[in-house]
Design a protein around this ligand. Structure first.
Ligand code: GLC
Ligand code: CA
Length: 552
């Protein structure tokens, strides 16, 4: 008998929680084909439990032709056989629950795969009952209907001979967008939500959810966002969808890049919001694809503080630095060559103790770095391959393109999880579907478990603190603005008790004097042996202190 998790009795469970994102394809291969799978995840529940996290979010493992690694679903109620079966899925859910870990799936409903039966029907004729499940336009003067582009390059329209129409796809042409203006689409998706809720799923991460509404004028746009992101009228669609989640007591976190904090109230307000949380991307410059360079610390402070103060008393933040689409944080924000562990732990403390629910992406807790691929054949991500081809055609040199890919390719986050120092990292006994990071002999679970000061053990301490101290759950966030390009300092406070989080996010020493209102300081956690001895501090590069205080 597996444990019963009652989300109705505990509707805000996701606030006192830390999430762990699993990318199933790269977590653990249990059946010797070089591809991670559900039985692999089940085997590693003790490891996930050892982190102290209390829910997992799994990237899609549903039936899919895998053009976009499962973000192109061909059947929402079937499991991709490379990952396992429905029985494996149910076993996984119940074993997580036995360990008091809730389970969040990834719901990709902005689009389906072009091999979903809905689309296979829809494309046959304009009178087919599924035709209106997708977005169609007649050619204009023999060409695409407008200037709307795909986020994966090129026009967002692909021609369908059988109906002499174009269909719209925000992503790859194998990912046609659903037509959410059609109430039947909502009805069909609602059934899928109910179906999974009945099988024990505790919540959903909602893929690309800010794109559900398209601009119904279908006219050319100057700013592409006007065609497809947070388009006026989306509220009605989201409100409808949110009833399905509420009915089933499901937690929701929407992927909503480009939704401004001023408008986010509608999305995540405690009682009336459509979702519990959203992922915003202001601090990771998500849309600046394939650019090299780092976010400036002053910019980072501003982006994150904006959301912290903007949602205070209104809604709840989702806190993250990494996911399966982003470069590794230690490579993007930190120093992954000479100060890897030091910068990984400073970054961890910086974001993790803000107000909200922290998410850890698999491997982030080890301080994994970007890959170091040297040949385009090593890449698997369709968008990276597309970029390579396009740039090559424009005359760029392979070396320059590869340099950019090493900085921003989504494959940076998708290399196999390193369990140990062996040639395939304990991930598989077969050649993995994508190359391991070359540095996995040093950065892996086995090695970091042995080192008390490892990134892994630092994350464990952070998770424990976050889940046991009510000040870190509820305390108000306040930035202490240092007006520089090195430090990120803030407090979390309730009543007279608070935490001071002091991090130096740079390769140089930085001076900081602890302001006088903060008294009776007690060092709770740091990532360095050097302890602060006076209020005037000189912080070593990538040094991080967590101090508890009382106000006078
Ligand atoms: C989201 C996913 C990304 C995927 C895209 C299309 O941004 O995180 O991996 O490619 O949606 O589904
Ligand atoms: Ca496998």
């Amino acid at each position: 008998m597996s444990k019963l998790i009652n989300n109705q009795a505990n509707p805000n469970w996701w606030q006192n929680a830390v999430g762990y994102q699993i990318y199933p394809k790269s977590f653990l291969d249990s059946n010797h084909d070089g591809i991670g799978d559900l039985q692999g995840i089940i085997q590693k529940i003790p490891y996930i439990k050892s982190l102290g996290v209390n829910f997992v979010w799994l990237s899609p493992f549903f039936a899919s032709p895998n053009v976009d690694n499962g973000y192109d679903v061909s059947d929402y109620q079937a499991i991709d056989p490379q990952y396992g079966s429905l029985n494996d899925t149910l076993e996984m859910i119940s074993k997580f629950h036995d360990n008091d870990i809730r389970v969040v799936f990834d719901l990709v409903i902005n689009h389906t795969s072009d091999q979903h039966k809905w689309f296979e029907e829809a494309k046959k004729s304009v009178t087919n009952p599924y035709h209106d499940f997708y977005i169609w336009r007649k050619p204009v003067a023999g060409h695409v209907p407008n200037n709307w582009v795909s986020l994966f390059g090129g026009s967002a329209w692909t021609y369908n001979q059988a109906t002499d129409e174009y269909y719209y796809h925000l992503f790859a042409k194998q990912q046609p967008d659903l037509n959410w203006e059609n109430p039947k689409v909502h009805q069909a998706v609602a059934k899928i939500i109910d179906w999974w809720a009945k099988r024990g799923v505790d919540g959903f991460r909602l893929d690309a959810i800010s794109h559900l509404k398209k601009n119904q004028s279908f006219k050319d746009v100057i700013d592409q966002e006007d065609a497809m992101n947070n388009v006026p009228g989306i509220d009605q669609l989201l409100a409808g969808l949110s009833t399905d989640f509420k009915r089933n007591h499901l937690m929701t976190v929407g992927e909503a890049g480009g939704v401004p904090v001023t408008g986010a109230k509608r999305w995540v307000a405690a009682k009336t919001g459509y979702f519990n949380m959203i992922f915003q991307f202001d601090h990771v410059s998500f849309w600046e694809k394939f650019t090299v360079g780092k976010v400036d610390v002053a910019q980072l402070r501003q982006a994150l503080s904006n959301w912290q103060t903007g949602l205070e008393g209104i809604g709840w933040n989702a806190l993250f630095l990494e996911n399966h689409d982003l470069p590794r944080a230690v490579s993007y924000f930190g120093n992954d060559t000479t100060m890897r562990a030091q910068s990984a732990t400073a970054l961890a403390m910086m974001y993790f103790l803000m107000k909200g629910t922290p998410f850890i992406y698999q491997g982030q807790e080890l301080g994994m770095t970007n890959e170091n691929f040297t040949h385009i054949d090593q890449y698997r991500d369709l968008d990276s391959k597309r970029f390579y081809k396009e740039e090559l055609a424009k005359g760029a040199s392979p070396e320059d393109i590869l340099f950019k890919l090493r900085s921003k390719s989504r494959d940076n986050a998708r290399t196999p999880f390193p369990w140990d120092a062996s040639p395939t990292g304990g991930f598989s006994d077969h050649t993995p579907w994508i190359d391991m990071n070359a540095n996995h002999d040093a950065i892996n679970v086995a090695t970091e478990t042995q080192e008390p000061e490892s990134v892994l053990n630092f994350y464990r301490k952070l998770v424990h603190l976050r889940l046991t101290d009510p000040v870190l759950l509820n305390g108000q966030y306040q930035l202490i603005d240092t007006h520089d390009h090195q430090l990120y300092v803030y407090t979390r406070e309730t009543g007279k008790t608070g935490y001071l989080i002091i991090t130096n996010l740079s390769d140089n020493p930085a001076a900081f004097t602890i302001p006088s209102p903060y008294q009776h300081l007690k060092l709770v956690l740091s990532n360095t042996a050097a302890k602060p001895t006076a209020r005037a501090l000189t912080l070593a590069p990538w040094c991080a202190y967590l101090c508890k205080y009382e106000r006078n």
